[in-house]
Design a protein around this ligand. Sequence first.
Ligand code: ATP
Length: 372
Amino acid sequence: TPAAGDGTTYDGLRLRGVTKSFGAFTAVRDLDLDIPRGSFFALLGPSGCGKTTTLRMVAGLEAPTSGTITLAGQDITYAKPYRRPVNTVFQNYALFPHLDIHENVAFGLKRRKVSGVDEKVREMLALVELESQARKRPMQLSGGQQQRVALARALINEPEVLLLDEPLGALDLKLRRGMQIELKRIQTEVGLTFVHVTHDQEEAMTMADTVAVMNAGVIEQMGAPEELYENPHTTFVANFLGQSNLIEGVVKSRSGDVVTVDMHGIDVSIPAARTHADGDKGWIGIRPEKVLIGDPGEELDAPGNSIPGGVVSDVSFVGVSTQYLVRMPWGQELQVFQQNTGHRRLYRTGEPVELSWRPEYAFLLDFSQDAS
Ligand code: ATP
Protein backbone atom coordinates (compact mmCIF):
# COMPACT_ATOMS: atom_id res chain seq x y z
CA THR A 1 0.00 0.00 0.00
CA PRO A 2 1.42 3.38 -0.94
CA ALA A 3 2.36 5.66 1.93
CA ALA A 4 1.34 9.27 2.11
CA GLY A 5 3.83 11.77 0.77
CA ASP A 6 4.90 9.77 -2.29
CA GLY A 7 2.30 11.40 -4.51
CA THR A 8 -0.34 8.69 -4.09
CA THR A 9 -2.97 8.58 -1.40
CA TYR A 10 -3.48 5.85 1.15
CA ASP A 11 -6.69 4.07 0.17
CA GLY A 12 -7.49 2.75 3.63
CA LEU A 13 -8.59 4.31 6.89
CA ARG A 14 -5.90 6.39 8.53
CA LEU A 15 -5.75 8.00 11.96
CA ARG A 16 -2.99 10.44 12.77
CA GLY A 17 -2.32 11.78 16.26
CA VAL A 18 -5.93 11.24 17.26
CA THR A 19 -6.62 12.25 20.84
CA LYS A 20 -9.94 12.41 22.65
CA SER A 21 -10.24 14.02 26.04
CA PHE A 22 -13.34 14.29 28.20
CA GLY A 23 -12.47 17.19 30.49
CA ALA A 24 -9.22 16.32 32.26
CA PHE A 25 -9.51 12.63 31.29
CA THR A 26 -7.85 11.41 28.09
CA ALA A 27 -9.72 8.38 26.73
CA VAL A 28 -7.63 8.03 23.52
CA ARG A 29 -4.09 9.31 23.33
CA ASP A 30 -2.20 10.30 20.18
CA LEU A 31 -3.39 7.35 18.11
CA ASP A 32 -1.72 6.52 14.77
CA LEU A 33 -3.44 3.79 12.83
CA ASP A 34 -3.40 2.53 9.24
CA ILE A 35 -6.20 0.14 8.42
CA PRO A 36 -5.76 -1.24 4.89
CA ARG A 37 -8.75 -1.25 2.58
CA GLY A 38 -10.52 -4.60 2.61
CA SER A 39 -8.98 -5.82 5.85
CA PHE A 40 -10.70 -7.26 8.88
CA PHE A 41 -9.27 -5.19 11.69
CA ALA A 42 -9.94 -5.75 15.40
CA LEU A 43 -9.50 -3.25 18.20
CA LEU A 44 -9.06 -5.42 21.26
CA GLY A 45 -8.81 -4.30 24.86
CA PRO A 46 -10.35 -4.34 28.31
CA SER A 47 -13.38 -2.28 29.28
CA GLY A 48 -12.62 1.44 29.37
CA CYS A 49 -9.45 1.33 27.24
CA GLY A 50 -10.91 3.65 24.60
CA LYS A 51 -12.03 1.24 21.84
CA THR A 52 -15.57 2.50 21.54
CA THR A 53 -14.45 6.11 21.67
CA THR A 54 -12.07 5.40 18.76
CA LEU A 55 -14.87 3.77 16.78
CA ARG A 56 -17.25 6.65 17.52
CA MET A 57 -14.70 9.13 16.16
CA VAL A 58 -14.43 7.12 12.94
CA ALA A 59 -18.24 7.03 12.73
CA GLY A 60 -18.46 10.76 13.33
CA LEU A 61 -20.43 10.40 16.55
CA GLU A 62 -17.60 12.02 18.49
CA ALA A 63 -15.12 14.70 17.35
CA PRO A 64 -11.44 14.20 18.16
CA THR A 65 -9.87 16.74 20.51
CA SER A 66 -6.91 16.75 18.11
CA GLY A 67 -5.60 14.74 15.16
CA THR A 68 -6.99 13.76 11.78
CA ILE A 69 -8.96 10.88 10.29
CA THR A 70 -8.77 10.22 6.57
CA LEU A 71 -10.54 7.64 4.43
CA ALA A 72 -9.14 6.96 0.96
CA GLY A 73 -7.26 10.24 1.20
CA GLN A 74 -10.34 12.28 2.17
CA ASP A 75 -10.22 14.15 5.44
CA ILE A 76 -13.35 13.06 7.34
CA THR A 77 -12.26 14.22 10.80
CA TYR A 78 -15.21 16.58 11.20
CA ALA A 79 -17.58 15.27 8.53
CA LYS A 80 -21.17 14.61 9.63
CA PRO A 81 -21.87 10.90 10.32
CA TYR A 82 -24.26 10.53 7.37
CA ARG A 83 -21.77 12.21 5.04
CA ARG A 84 -19.07 9.58 5.53
CA PRO A 85 -19.16 6.17 3.80
CA VAL A 86 -19.17 4.43 7.15
CA ASN A 87 -21.86 2.31 8.82
CA THR A 88 -22.01 0.88 12.30
CA VAL A 89 -23.49 -2.34 13.64
CA PHE A 90 -24.11 -2.14 17.36
CA GLN A 91 -24.61 -4.82 19.98
CA ASN A 92 -28.29 -3.93 20.39
CA TYR A 93 -29.48 -4.43 16.85
CA ALA A 94 -32.00 -1.57 16.93
CA LEU A 95 -34.31 -3.20 14.38
CA PHE A 96 -37.78 -1.77 13.82
CA PRO A 97 -40.15 -4.18 15.60
CA HIS A 98 -43.23 -3.31 13.51
CA LEU A 99 -41.47 -3.85 10.15
CA ASP A 100 -40.68 -7.25 8.72
CA ILE A 101 -37.12 -8.33 7.90
CA HIS A 102 -37.26 -7.26 4.26
CA GLU A 103 -38.61 -3.83 5.22
CA ASN A 104 -35.99 -3.45 7.95
CA VAL A 105 -33.17 -4.03 5.50
CA ALA A 106 -34.81 -1.84 2.84
CA PHE A 107 -35.47 1.07 5.19
CA GLY A 108 -32.34 3.17 4.58
CA LEU A 109 -32.47 2.83 0.78
CA LYS A 110 -36.23 3.48 0.56
CA ARG A 111 -35.68 6.72 2.39
CA ARG A 112 -32.99 7.70 -0.09
CA LYS A 113 -35.28 6.78 -3.00
CA VAL A 114 -32.76 4.42 -4.58
CA SER A 115 -34.04 2.22 -7.41
CA GLY A 116 -33.98 -1.58 -7.42
CA VAL A 117 -34.31 -1.73 -3.66
CA ASP A 118 -36.16 -5.06 -3.47
CA GLU A 119 -33.54 -6.78 -5.59
CA LYS A 120 -30.76 -5.39 -3.39
CA VAL A 121 -32.56 -6.48 -0.23
CA ARG A 122 -32.90 -10.03 -1.59
CA GLU A 123 -29.18 -10.03 -2.37
CA MET A 124 -28.29 -8.91 1.14
CA LEU A 125 -30.63 -11.42 2.78
CA ALA A 126 -29.02 -14.14 0.67
CA LEU A 127 -25.59 -12.99 1.81
CA VAL A 128 -26.56 -13.39 5.46
CA GLU A 129 -28.57 -16.56 4.67
CA LEU A 130 -31.95 -15.22 5.73
CA GLU A 131 -33.91 -15.28 2.44
CA SER A 132 -36.51 -17.58 3.91
CA GLN A 133 -37.14 -15.23 6.84
CA ALA A 134 -37.90 -12.08 4.82
CA ARG A 135 -41.54 -11.78 5.91
CA LYS A 136 -41.00 -12.41 9.59
CA ARG A 137 -40.81 -9.73 12.26
CA PRO A 138 -37.57 -9.27 14.27
CA MET A 139 -39.29 -10.71 17.36
CA GLN A 140 -39.74 -14.03 15.54
CA LEU A 141 -36.01 -14.43 14.93
CA SER A 142 -33.23 -15.67 17.20
CA GLY A 143 -30.57 -13.29 18.51
CA GLY A 144 -28.07 -14.50 15.93
CA GLN A 145 -30.56 -14.04 13.09
CA GLN A 146 -31.43 -10.54 14.30
CA GLN A 147 -27.73 -9.71 14.34
CA ARG A 148 -27.48 -10.85 10.71
CA VAL A 149 -30.42 -8.62 9.78
CA ALA A 150 -28.60 -5.68 11.38
CA LEU A 151 -25.56 -6.60 9.32
CA ALA A 152 -27.56 -6.79 6.08
CA ARG A 153 -29.12 -3.43 6.87
CA ALA A 154 -25.69 -1.85 7.30
CA LEU A 155 -24.15 -3.53 4.24
CA ILE A 156 -26.95 -2.53 1.86
CA ASN A 157 -25.75 1.07 2.14
CA GLU A 158 -22.49 -0.06 0.51
CA PRO A 159 -20.25 1.66 3.04
CA GLU A 160 -16.50 1.67 2.51
CA VAL A 161 -15.97 0.82 6.13
CA LEU A 162 -18.20 -1.20 8.41
CA LEU A 163 -17.77 -0.60 12.13
CA LEU A 164 -18.80 -3.36 14.48
CA ASP A 165 -19.11 -2.48 18.16
CA GLU A 166 -19.22 -5.71 20.19
CA PRO A 167 -21.79 -6.99 17.70
CA LEU A 168 -21.84 -10.46 19.22
CA GLY A 169 -21.92 -9.31 22.83
CA ALA A 170 -25.55 -10.24 23.38
CA LEU A 171 -25.26 -13.76 22.00
CA ASP A 172 -24.56 -16.88 24.02
CA LEU A 173 -21.17 -18.50 23.65
CA LYS A 174 -22.06 -21.19 21.14
CA LEU A 175 -23.92 -18.79 18.87
CA ARG A 176 -21.04 -16.33 19.14
CA ARG A 177 -18.58 -18.88 17.84
CA GLY A 178 -20.84 -19.64 14.89
CA MET A 179 -21.36 -15.96 14.11
CA GLN A 180 -17.60 -15.29 14.23
CA ILE A 181 -17.08 -17.71 11.37
CA GLU A 182 -20.11 -16.29 9.60
CA LEU A 183 -18.91 -12.69 9.94
CA LYS A 184 -15.50 -13.62 8.59
CA ARG A 185 -17.11 -15.36 5.61
CA ILE A 186 -19.29 -12.32 4.86
CA GLN A 187 -16.35 -9.95 5.15
CA THR A 188 -14.33 -12.04 2.71
CA GLU A 189 -17.27 -12.18 0.33
CA VAL A 190 -18.02 -8.44 0.28
CA GLY A 191 -14.37 -7.40 0.60
CA LEU A 192 -15.13 -4.29 2.67
CA THR A 193 -13.03 -2.94 5.49
CA PHE A 194 -14.40 -4.21 8.79
CA VAL A 195 -13.31 -2.56 12.01
CA HIS A 196 -14.40 -4.69 14.90
CA VAL A 197 -14.31 -3.66 18.56
CA THR A 198 -14.19 -6.37 21.19
CA HIS A 199 -12.80 -7.26 24.61
CA ASP A 200 -12.84 -10.97 23.69
CA GLN A 201 -9.36 -12.07 22.62
CA GLU A 202 -10.58 -15.30 21.05
CA GLU A 203 -13.11 -13.40 18.99
CA ALA A 204 -10.50 -10.91 17.77
CA MET A 205 -8.01 -13.64 16.92
CA THR A 206 -10.57 -15.84 15.15
CA MET A 207 -11.77 -13.17 12.76
CA ALA A 208 -9.24 -10.41 12.25
CA ASP A 209 -6.26 -10.23 9.87
CA THR A 210 -4.81 -7.56 12.11
CA VAL A 211 -5.40 -7.03 15.80
CA ALA A 212 -4.53 -3.84 17.68
CA VAL A 213 -4.33 -4.37 21.42
CA MET A 214 -5.41 -1.25 23.26
CA ASN A 215 -4.68 -0.39 26.86
CA ALA A 216 -5.45 2.85 28.67
CA GLY A 217 -6.01 4.89 25.51
CA VAL A 218 -2.97 3.71 23.54
CA ILE A 219 -2.18 0.80 21.25
CA GLU A 220 0.37 -1.46 22.91
CA GLN A 221 0.95 -3.74 19.94
CA MET A 222 -0.52 -4.41 16.55
CA GLY A 223 -0.09 -7.33 14.19
CA ALA A 224 -1.40 -10.63 12.89
CA PRO A 225 -3.06 -12.72 15.63
CA GLU A 226 -0.37 -15.41 15.62
CA GLU A 227 2.37 -12.79 15.73
CA LEU A 228 0.84 -11.14 18.81
CA TYR A 229 0.33 -14.49 20.48
CA GLU A 230 3.78 -15.91 19.73
CA ASN A 231 5.76 -12.74 20.21
CA PRO A 232 4.09 -10.29 22.58
CA HIS A 233 6.12 -7.17 23.28
CA THR A 234 4.57 -6.27 26.60
CA THR A 235 3.37 -8.16 29.65
CA PHE A 236 -0.08 -6.68 29.08
CA VAL A 237 -0.30 -8.17 25.59
CA ALA A 238 1.16 -11.48 26.81
CA ASN A 239 -1.50 -11.76 29.49
CA PHE A 240 -4.43 -10.34 27.55
CA LEU A 241 -4.00 -12.78 24.66
CA GLY A 242 -4.17 -16.07 26.51
CA GLN A 243 -2.15 -17.07 29.52
CA SER A 244 1.57 -16.71 30.07
CA ASN A 245 4.07 -17.84 32.64
CA LEU A 246 6.32 -14.87 33.39
CA ILE A 247 9.55 -15.73 35.18
CA GLU A 248 12.27 -13.35 36.34
CA GLY A 249 15.59 -13.64 34.60
CA VAL A 250 18.90 -11.81 34.07
CA VAL A 251 20.57 -11.67 30.66
CA LYS A 252 24.00 -13.34 30.89
CA SER A 253 25.31 -13.36 27.35
CA ARG A 254 24.35 -13.10 23.74
CA SER A 255 25.39 -15.22 20.81
CA GLY A 256 23.94 -14.07 17.54
CA ASP A 257 20.16 -13.94 17.85
CA VAL A 258 20.04 -15.99 21.02
CA VAL A 259 20.52 -14.74 24.55
CA THR A 260 21.32 -16.86 27.55
CA VAL A 261 19.29 -15.84 30.54
CA ASP A 262 19.91 -16.82 34.13
CA MET A 263 16.54 -17.99 35.42
CA HIS A 264 16.91 -18.49 39.15
CA GLY A 265 20.26 -20.25 38.69
CA ILE A 266 19.27 -22.18 35.55
CA ASP A 267 20.58 -21.11 32.14
CA VAL A 268 17.86 -20.85 29.51
CA SER A 269 18.32 -19.71 25.94
CA ILE A 270 15.82 -17.43 24.23
CA PRO A 271 15.82 -16.02 20.72
CA ALA A 272 15.93 -12.28 21.26
CA ALA A 273 15.54 -10.16 18.18
CA ARG A 274 15.28 -7.01 20.22
CA THR A 275 18.04 -5.38 22.20
CA HIS A 276 18.84 -6.81 25.56
CA ALA A 277 22.21 -6.03 27.16
CA ASP A 278 24.09 -8.30 29.53
CA GLY A 279 22.95 -7.74 33.09
CA ASP A 280 19.48 -6.61 32.00
CA LYS A 281 16.63 -8.00 34.02
CA GLY A 282 13.63 -9.27 32.13
CA TRP A 283 10.57 -11.46 32.16
CA ILE A 284 10.94 -14.82 30.48
CA GLY A 285 7.55 -15.58 28.98
CA ILE A 286 6.36 -19.05 28.11
CA ARG A 287 2.82 -20.16 27.24
CA PRO A 288 1.43 -23.01 29.38
CA GLU A 289 0.77 -25.21 26.33
CA LYS A 290 4.39 -24.85 25.21
CA VAL A 291 5.75 -26.37 28.42
CA LEU A 292 6.36 -30.11 28.51
CA ILE A 293 6.11 -32.07 31.72
CA GLY A 294 8.02 -35.28 32.43
CA ASP A 295 9.77 -37.40 35.01
CA PRO A 296 12.89 -35.93 36.66
CA GLY A 297 15.88 -36.55 34.40
CA GLU A 298 13.71 -37.51 31.44
CA GLU A 299 15.11 -36.28 28.11
CA LEU A 300 12.00 -34.37 27.07
CA ASP A 301 12.75 -32.24 24.11
CA ALA A 302 16.43 -31.95 23.27
CA PRO A 303 17.82 -29.42 22.59
CA GLY A 304 15.30 -27.73 24.83
CA ASN A 305 15.58 -25.81 28.05
CA SER A 306 15.28 -28.33 30.86
CA ILE A 307 14.04 -27.00 34.16
CA PRO A 308 14.42 -29.48 37.04
CA GLY A 309 13.08 -29.39 40.55
CA GLY A 310 9.35 -28.93 40.05
CA VAL A 311 6.63 -30.48 42.17
CA VAL A 312 3.04 -30.80 40.95
CA SER A 313 0.84 -28.68 43.19
CA ASP A 314 -2.46 -28.93 41.32
CA VAL A 315 -4.01 -31.03 38.55
CA SER A 316 -7.18 -30.24 36.61
CA PHE A 317 -8.42 -32.63 33.96
CA VAL A 318 -10.33 -30.59 31.35
CA GLY A 319 -10.98 -33.14 28.62
CA VAL A 320 -8.78 -32.12 25.71
CA SER A 321 -6.00 -31.20 28.09
CA THR A 322 -4.74 -31.61 31.61
CA GLN A 323 -3.74 -28.40 33.35
CA TYR A 324 -1.04 -28.53 35.97
CA LEU A 325 0.33 -26.08 38.45
CA VAL A 326 3.95 -26.90 39.15
CA ARG A 327 5.77 -25.32 42.09
CA MET A 328 9.34 -24.45 41.17
CA PRO A 329 12.36 -24.36 43.52
CA TRP A 330 12.20 -20.56 43.61
CA GLY A 331 8.65 -20.69 44.94
CA GLN A 332 6.74 -19.71 41.80
CA GLU A 333 3.92 -21.86 40.45
CA LEU A 334 4.02 -22.36 36.67
CA GLN A 335 1.08 -23.37 34.52
CA VAL A 336 1.49 -26.35 32.22
CA PHE A 337 -1.19 -27.49 29.77
CA GLN A 338 -0.67 -30.98 28.40
CA GLN A 339 -2.76 -32.18 25.47
CA ASN A 340 -4.50 -35.43 26.30
CA THR A 341 -3.25 -37.42 23.34
CA GLY A 342 -3.06 -40.58 25.43
CA HIS A 343 0.66 -40.89 24.77
CA ARG A 344 1.86 -39.26 27.96
CA ARG A 345 1.16 -40.28 31.48
CA LEU A 346 -0.67 -38.05 33.93
CA TYR A 347 0.99 -36.74 37.07
CA ARG A 348 -0.56 -36.44 40.51
CA THR A 349 -0.29 -33.70 43.08
CA GLY A 350 2.96 -34.01 45.04
CA GLU A 351 4.92 -35.80 42.29
CA PRO A 352 8.36 -34.45 41.37
CA VAL A 353 8.61 -33.44 37.71
CA GLU A 354 10.92 -31.83 35.21
CA LEU A 355 9.72 -29.15 32.83
CA SER A 356 11.09 -28.35 29.41
CA TRP A 357 10.43 -26.07 26.48
CA ARG A 358 11.96 -25.29 23.14
CA PRO A 359 13.97 -22.04 23.18
CA GLU A 360 12.02 -20.57 20.26
CA TYR A 361 8.76 -20.83 22.21
CA ALA A 362 9.92 -18.46 24.93
CA PHE A 363 9.97 -14.68 24.70
CA LEU A 364 11.79 -12.06 26.72
CA LEU A 365 10.08 -8.93 27.97
CA ASP A 366 11.34 -5.72 29.44
CA PHE A 367 11.56 -5.94 33.23
CA SER A 368 10.39 -2.37 33.75
CA GLN A 369 6.85 -3.63 33.16
CA ASP A 370 4.38 -4.80 35.70
CA ALA A 371 3.91 -8.58 35.45
CA SER A 372 0.41 -8.54 36.91
P1 ATP B 1 -16.19 -0.76 26.92
O1 ATP B 1 -15.79 -2.05 26.33
O2 ATP B 1 -16.54 -0.87 28.37
O3 ATP B 1 -17.18 0.01 26.12
P2 ATP B 1 -14.15 0.90 25.78
O4 ATP B 1 -12.77 0.41 25.66
O5 ATP B 1 -14.99 0.91 24.60
O6 ATP B 1 -14.86 0.13 26.96
P3 ATP B 1 -14.70 3.68 25.91
O7 ATP B 1 -16.17 3.52 25.88
O8 ATP B 1 -14.03 4.14 24.68
O9 ATP B 1 -14.02 2.35 26.39
O10 ATP B 1 -14.32 4.65 27.09
C1 ATP B 1 -12.99 5.00 27.40
C2 ATP B 1 -12.98 5.87 28.64
O11 ATP B 1 -13.54 7.14 28.34
C3 ATP B 1 -13.78 5.30 29.80
O12 ATP B 1 -13.05 5.51 30.99
C4 ATP B 1 -15.04 6.11 29.79
O13 ATP B 1 -15.56 6.23 31.07
C5 ATP B 1 -14.59 7.44 29.22
N1 ATP B 1 -15.67 8.10 28.48
C6 ATP B 1 -16.25 7.65 27.35
N2 ATP B 1 -17.18 8.52 26.90
C7 ATP B 1 -17.20 9.54 27.78
C8 ATP B 1 -17.95 10.75 27.87
N3 ATP B 1 -18.87 11.08 26.95
N4 ATP B 1 -17.68 11.55 28.90
C9 ATP B 1 -16.74 11.25 29.83
N5 ATP B 1 -16.00 10.12 29.80
C10 ATP B 1 -16.22 9.27 28.79
